[in-house]
Design a protein around this ligand. Structure first.
Ligand SMILES: [Mg+2]
Length: 429
């Protein structure tokens, strides 16, 4: 048998010489919950005739894509991200519904309200999925019971199916949720993580996808248990620095903290005027430039925002702010419109202002699922093109005409004064 140069036998590639003992799992109670076929479930609330039928939410057009699909279609091989054409071929009887994005954001907000009222620490990862850290609650309630109660409250509030996993890390909890679907819940008790994970396919680990699976197959890793039997170095050899992370995830010991301050985390910018003003047009022009600035940053981070806050300060330093929810978005126009509505609502135009500011919060990952709405995709292409120009030629290279006034003022100003304000963009909280 011909061997690759440098190896004395195949055993060197696939088997560890010194099997490593993984560290003990952390003493934490992490809960993951995920709405089942979220968009489809919301559509079924609106139209009961869809219940029990194969349903796809996605674009109708030739190049439309599946955003969400019911279990009745999944058994035919349909999955999210697949082209509608192919999905129709696999499941011709599927009913295709175009999405109503605002309704999904609204439902997500209802879920969030229940979670916020019942869990000490939580983080929304995407529109239909969140984590809670219930560590410390076990002494009083039993944290698995508390998690189950939260799940039942969500079901009672929304009438939507949701599944739940309870474990000692985020990754293990998320995998447990996957095994509990649909409409189920599962606990992975402390100390049983490795045994729970071992028989599952390696692609059950979030982040292991089309690119990674073949690389792992090449070294004989098909199940999570196979990955446990490799050393971190062996996984590093094929996956780079993700290798050791995967090894920890395979053993259920990869600790990743929840964003404890998820609700307070925001991206914002504000600016003080040279001369206090009541000129609504000028104030809005500035709101627009500030919005463009913060959303450039939001998109660069791959996030969507669910909440907009506008703030303004009178000459006497009295400061007001107004906050409102929006359907999750990273689009300038959506956030600017919301900012203007909040501003118009709160500012009477009588006393002059010395400062205005805008910020976005309730930030979630921009997942592929949300990207599949065709309109949003067109907007996104536009933003990507504009952001590319801004990244290359500077923020002032291109902006919307309405913001011209503010930009010109900025240009005329001592450049440092302006860029200080521009750089006030910050993630805080
Ligand atoms: Mg889901």
């Amino acid at each position: 048998m011909r061997l690759f140069q440098g190896y004395t036998s195949f055993a060197d590639i696939s088997l560890p010489k010194y099997p490593m003992q993984p560290p003990a799992p952390p003493h934490k109670n992490i809960v993951h919950m995920d709405m089942d076929t979220f968009f489809v479930s919301v559509e079924r609330l609106h139209d009961a005739s869809l219940v029990g039928k194969p349903v796809i939410v996605g674009g109708h057009s030739e190049r439309g894509v599946v955003a969400s699909c019911s279990y009745e279609t999944r058994i035919h091989g349909v999955h999210a991200g697949m082209g509608i054409k192919q999905a129709k071929r696999l499941c011709p009887e599927a009913i295709i519904v175009s999405g109503r994005y605002e309704s999904y954001s609204e439902m997500s907000a209802q879920v969030q309200a229940v979670v916020a009222a019942n869990a000490p620490v939580y983080e929304f990862a995407s529109i239909d999925e969140f984590y809670c850290d219930l560590t410390g609650t076990e002494r009083y309630f039993g944290s698995y019971k508390l998690a189950g109660d939260i799940r039942q409250k969500i079901i009672a509030q929304t009438k939507l199916p949701i599944s739940m996993g309870h474990a000692t890390t985020k990754t293990t909890a998320k995998i447990a949720t996957g095994t509990a679907k649909p409409s189920g819940q599962r606990e992975v008790p402390h100390g049983t993580e490795a045994a729970f994970l071992a028989p599952l396919g390696i692609q059950k680990i979030p982040g292991v996808g089309e690119k990674t699976v073949p690389l792992l197959r090449a070294i004989g890793v098909r199940t999570i248990g196979d990955a446990q039997q490799r050393s971190p170095e062996q996984l590093q050899a094929v996956l780079g620095k993700y290798g050791p992370v995967l090894w920890e995830k395979a053993w259920g010991v990869h600790v990743s903290e929840l964003a404890h301050d998820w609700e307070r985390k925001s991206i914002g910018a504000e600016e003080t005027f040279d001369t206090d003003t009541t000129d609504r047009k000028a104030l809005k022009a500035l709101l627009l430039t500030l919005t463009e600035k913060i959303l450039f940053r939001l998109r660069a981070e791959g996030k969507l925002a669910g909440c907009v806050t506008v703030k303004f300060r009178y000459t006497n330093f009295e400061t007001h702010s107004r906050q409102g929810r929006i359907p999750y978005s990273s689009q300038d126009v959506a956030v600017y419109d919301a900012a203007c509505a909040l501003f118009d609502d709160a500012y009477d135009g009588v006393a002059p202002l010395r400062l205005v500011g805008v910020s976005v919060s309730q930030l979630i990952e921009e997942t592929e699922q949300l990207n599949l709405f065709v309109d949003a995709a067109t907007q996104r292409k536009l933003h990507r093109a504009l952001d590319g120009i801004k990244a290359r030629y500077g923020r002032r290279a291109i902006f919307r005409a309405e913001g011209m006034q503010a930009h010109e003022r900025g240009n005329n100003k001592d450049d440092r004064g302006w860029s200080d304000a521009a750089d006030a963009i910050d993630v805080y909280g």
